[in-house]
Design a protein around this ligand. Structure first.
Ligand SMILES: O=C(O)c1ccccc1NCC(=O)[C@H](O)[C@H](O)COP(=O)(O)O
Length: 212
């Protein structure tokens, strides 16, 4: 089955339209400072207005306080939340939204234990750096470290790009892939051609012989 695609770190309405037209299933808005991709409420409002139906909007936080998340949710119609820090499961489930929990692959990590810590997460996003280190690094990790048949939906992130995403999918067979740096021509500058090529590579894996 073809993985879903989330393009993260969208900062303008134009980038959002590019991502949706390229075929992204979800668009990520970063509410964590400091990040070159962080957006404010009005900016996010303008971006969301440009996103067509059936493309979900994910709000990304890293170790926020509850008031920050609540303020964003009062002002913006986010479909899902993504927590990228050391948030507890109790914290993540407080906001009445489905959420994805990011886990960092730097250092030793027991993914099965992580999935038991967040039993109601919609998915676990495995990234090069989470927990104490921010994401959006453009760095990949050793995909062979991932379990072959996890008992949770796995979102693969970290250094993905048009040139490696097909191999990543064949190795990991994730539920979804998530990309930010790999579809940028410069930090924070999403590129429509890179977005299209990335999604074409994802779609191509389903058709190619090697994927069997
Ligand atoms: O994208 C950011 O700037 C960011 C900052 C702080 C925490 C998380 C952040 N991004 C989270 C994502 O979901 C990214 O898409 C993910 O880490 C992959 O990023 P990249 O390696 O650049 O593709």
């Amino acid at each position: 089955m073809q993985p879903r695609v989330k393009i993260c770190g969208i900062t303008t309405a134009e980038q959002a339209r590019w991502a949706a037209e390229a075929g992204a299933d979800a668009i990520g808005l970063v509410f964590h400072e400091p990040s070159t991709r962080a957006v404010g409420i009005q900016q996010a409002t303008d971006i969301i207005a440009a996103i067509p139906a059936y493309v979900s909007v994910v709000g990304l936080f890293m170790n926020p306080d509850a008031a920050q998340v609540r303020t964003v949710l009062e002002r913006l119609p986010l479909e899902m939340l993504q927590f990228h820090g050391e948030e507890s499961a109790d914290f993540c489930r407080r906001f009445g939204r489905r959420y994805v929990k990011a886990v960092g692959m730097s250092g030793e990590l027991d993914l099965e234990q992580a999935s038991q810590l967040y039993p109601d997460a919609a998915a676990l996003l495995v990234d090069s750096h989470a927990g104490r280190r921010a994401g959006g690094t453009g760095e990949r990790f050793d995909w062979s470290r991932l379990p072959s048949r996890p008992d949770f939906d796995l979102v693969l992130a970290g250094g993905l790009a048009p040139g490696n995403v097909a191999e990543a999918i064949r190795v990991v067979r994730p539920w979804a892939v998530d990309v930010s740096s790999g579809v940028e021509s410069a930090p924070g500058q999403k590129d429509p051609q890179l977005m299209s090529r990335f999604i074409e590579e994802v779609q191509g894996v389903g058709q190619s012989k090697e994927s069997e």
